[in-house]
Design a protein around this ligand. Sequence first.
Ligand SMILES: [Zn+2]
Length: 155
Amino acid sequence: MGSCEFCNLSSEDEQWLFYTSDFWKVYLADKQDYIGRCIVVSRRHCESLSSLYLQEWDDLKYTIDLLEKVISKALDATMFNWTCLMNNAQKKNETCAHVHFHLRPRYKESIKINDQVYYDEEFAHHYKNDKENKLDSESGEVLFKILKHCMTKMN
Ligand SMILES: [Zn+2]
């Protein structure tokens, strides 16, 4: 499956993997436009929500619960925006697709990472699609360690 993005992640991409379950993988997104943004990816090729097996939904439920708990605890997120869009695979004409979800934590209050303060300027509104990455690479690594540490403690 040479043209599949998720089957061919670089080792650089794979370093942002912070949780693996039987059926799902969770990565910290490279674009941190919303702090703690993650992507939850099906481990098998599966093109649509309707093609998921019940065990995968069960495992997804567990994964969502865990992620929301971890990010609430670690970053004091107020709530979460979840989206499942699946547009890019069509754009790139990929031969396989993996159902995946984008998780954007949302914050009523400011949040501090690596001594820098961030605001969710659109809180209580639809997330902005063209928002820039807020974290430099050092702060991204700090965030990853915070989430990974919290995940290890709570799972
Ligand atoms: Zn694939």
